[in-house]
Design a protein around this ligand. Structure first.
Ligand code: GLN
Length: 283
C-alpha cells in the first residue's frame, strides 16, 4: 500500500496559519514549536515539517484563534529588553509600563545606594528592570498572590539579578516600619464594570491584577494614602494609572501633601504615570 505523505514546509505552514492569525503571531508560534529563532525560519523556509511538528504548531494556532494571549501560550513576554516568564497568574507586562521604569530611573542615581519598593510586582517586570539598571539599589518587590511570587522569583533567578527581594504582602502590610527612597507601582486600576475586561487579552488575565473597585481607583487611593510612613524624606512615589485617572491621582497626592507632583504621557499620548515627592514630614 502506498501511503500518501503530506509535506508541508515552514513557509507553507506560516502561509496556512495566516488565514487564522496575524503573520507575526504565526511566526512566533512556529519558532516556539520548533525551538528556533526568526533567522532560522527565514534561512530554512523550504524545510519540510514532520507530522508531530505540524500537529503541535496547529494546536498553538488553535489556542491563539480562541483568544488566548500569545504571551501565555509561549510563556514569555519581552519587557525593557528582557525576556520575562509569564503565566496566567500574572498580568502580561505592557510596553506602556516601560514609561514607569523610565521615569523611576530618571530619578534614581546610578552611583548611590538606595531602597526601592515595587508594589504588586506580578511577573517582577518593573522591579527587575529597575534593579538591572541600578545595581547599587536594594529593590523589594511585593505581591499578594503566591503564584505571582513564584513567577517573579523565577524571573529574578533566570535574569540573574541579585538585588531584588520578593515578599508576599498585601500592599504595605508585611513591611512593618521599613522606609524606601522610591515606591513604584502598576496597581490594578480598571473599573469593575469596564467592558474592556470582556475583550482581548484582558479576558485571560488575573482579575486581581486588573480590577480595583467601581471607578478603578481603590488601589491607587490605598497606595497614595498609605505610602507616607514608608517613604524616606525626599522619596518619590510613582504610579501607573488609567487614561482618565491622572487628575484624580494628582488630587490625592496633593491632599496628602506631596510636592513636585507630575503626570506624564506614554508613547500613545495617554497620561499614564503620575507621582510626587515627599519633601517634609507628613502624617
Ligand atoms: N493597562 C492595563 C489595561 O488596561 C491595565 C493594567 C492595570 O490594571 N494595572 O489593559
Amino acid at each position: 500500500m502506498i501511503s500518501k505523505v503530506l509535506h508541508i514546509t515552514i513557509a507553507q505552514a506560516l502561509s496556512n496559519a495566516r488565514d487564522y492569525i496575524a503573520y507575526t503571531e504565526a511566526r512566533i508560534l512556529l519558532q516556539t514549536t520548533l525551538m528556533v529563532d526568526h533567522a532560522y525560519l527565514i534561512a530554512n523556509s523550504d524545510q519540510n515539517l514532520i507530522s508531530k511538528q505540524i500537529y503541535n504548531f496547529w494546536s498553538l494556532v488553535q489556542r491563539r484563534t480562541n483568544g488566548e494571549p500569545i504571551a501565555y501560550i509561549i510563556g514569555e513576554q519581552e519587557f525593557y529588553s528582557m525576556k520575562l516568564k509569564v503565566k496566567p497568574a500574572v498580568l502580561i507586562p505592557r510596553p506602556e509600563t516601560e514609561l514607569l521604569v523610565d521615569l523611576a530611573l530618571e530619578r534614581i542615581p546610578l552611583d548611590l545606594p538606595c531602597k526601592i519598593l515595587d508594589l504588586g510586582t506580578g511577573s517582577g517586570a518593573i522591579a527587575i528592570a529597575i534593579a538591572k539598571h541600578r545595581p547599587l539599589a536594594e529593590v523589594t518587590a511585593v505581591d499578594y498572590s503566591d503564584d505571582a511570587i513564584a513567577i517573579a522569583q523565577k524571573n529574578v533567578e533566570h535574569l540573574n539579578v541579585n538585588n531584588v527581594r520578593i515578599i508576599a504582602s498585601n500592599w504595605f502590610k508585611e513591611l512593618s516600619n521599613e522606609k524606601f527612597n522610591y515606591i513604584v507601582s502598576n496597581p490594578p486600576y480598571v473599573a469593575t464594570n469596564d467592558p474592556h475586561l470582556n475583550q482581548g487579552d484582558l479576558r485571560h488575565e488575573p482579575q486581581l491584577a486588573l480590577v480595583a473597585g467601581s471607578n478603578g481607583l481603590d488601589c491607587i487611593r490605598l497606595i497614595i494614602t498609605s505610602a507616607v510612613p514608608h517613604l524616606a524624606v525626599d522619596g518619590w512615589l510613582l504610579l501607573e494609572h488609567g487614561y482618565d485617572q491622572a487628575e484624580k491621582s494628582q488630587q490625592l497626592l496633593r491632599k496628602i501633601g506631596f510636592s513636585k507632583i507630575f503626570s506624564c504621557p506614554d508613547l500613545a499620548g495617554i497620561i499614564r504615570v503620575s507621582g510626587g515627592r515627599r519633601e517634609k514630614f507628613l502624617q
